[in-house]
Design a protein around this ligand. Sequence first.
Ligand SMILES: *Cc1c(COP(=O)(O)O)cnc(C)c1O
Length: 454
Amino acid sequence: MSITDPMGELLTTGANELASADPRLHRVLVNEQERQAATLSLVASCSPVDPSVLVSQASAAVNVTAEGYPGRRYHAGCEVIDGIEQLAIDRAKAAFGARYANVQPHSATTANYAVLSSLLEPGDTLLGMELESGGHLTHGSPAAYAGRYFTAIGYGLDDAGLIDYDEVAALAREHRPKMIVCGATAYPRLIDFARFRRIADSVGAYLLADISHTAGLVITGRHPSPIDHAHLTTTCTHKQLYGPRGGLILSGRDADSPAPRGKGTLAQFVQRTIFPYFQGAPVLNAIAAKARALDIAAGPEFDDTVGRIVATARSMADTLAELGHDVVSGGTDNHIVLVDLSRWGMTGLVAEQALEECHIVVNKNRVPRDTTPALVTSGLRIGTNSIARRGMGDEAAAECAELVDLVLASVQPLGDREYRLPGAVRDLARERVARLCREHPLPGYPLDRVAVTA
Ligand SMILES: *Cc1c(COP(=O)(O)O)cnc(C)c1O
């Protein structure tokens, strides 16, 4: 974007004004941008956006209040905005092969709650994956709204760390849920959506598929699509879609199925659920950024990126296993590698902190049969969205795994959260991270001015 571009002009004015009028905020925002460019992010639940997504989100669309939907707004001045939202809808439908898309959810949490609270009554039974097994808070955890307002039953994993479909079917027969939720937040294997639908149909339940973590794999055909199996599919847009913070609700062949209580079709029902039932005005600048991210996701470069997501995850899983780590389920089919640290006598918290000290960002995560608190845990969740975006392939990913191993093998745990790490190991790891980041820069994020201290 050149300075003669009106968007560039506005943004440059804003950036200059921020730097002079509020140097404190400007400094921390710059620090954060530079931290991202100069560290190795192996966090599975985020991804760095393309600069064109960032700019769409920073656009003047933020200034518009537009309750309602394209062509049916409660405010004037929405003609241009309608075009933006329609573009996002069309692109979401095309990317996922869906018949219906709602692009207004502020997050996947909101999308899930909108679906649950429209199709269920308070107290109805919901069958979802347990949090400890890799499910999400919104799938029925007692710590969340879903577990409090519905009767939530949880399914788990078998001894191999895989979803136990026979258990899901047995729990469905026993509890007769009105809704089954599939999809996960920390599960490294493929999910059999067709099988989930058969189980849902056998007890007359709705099926909600939440593909927040694997949306990119689904779009590019690297994970079977739930769109025509689930009644409704939800996803966030900021994990594997490399988009803004936000959510989507999608539907395929069930879009025209009857809604409960004679309220039209499922698609019409969900449409009313987001607005006016569950949300107010949409965040139109985020919707513009969703449109941009979905356009990128339809292109050939995205396919390459997602190919690298899978290849780098496999390479990391293999390397870590070869180096003696317990990789949950023995490997990965997606972007997630779960490492069980219990045999190493180290908590996830210690591992997370020691790695961060070395500029490697991962997150602690519970592993199957974990009894430690969620802020301590016995495992690590590694994800490859970010390194794939940096253009890393198998070899660089193997080096990332070696670095993780180098740090973990050198940590001396002194309890659940205290540890000692030799300074020489820290310095060596930081130097190698800095080199990896220089060799594989985040596209568009300047690194040349970053003082990467070894
Ligand atoms: C991250 C995640 C969510 C929540 O997404 P937000 O947009 O952050 O609310 C919901 N479901 C699953 C499976 C997730 O992994």
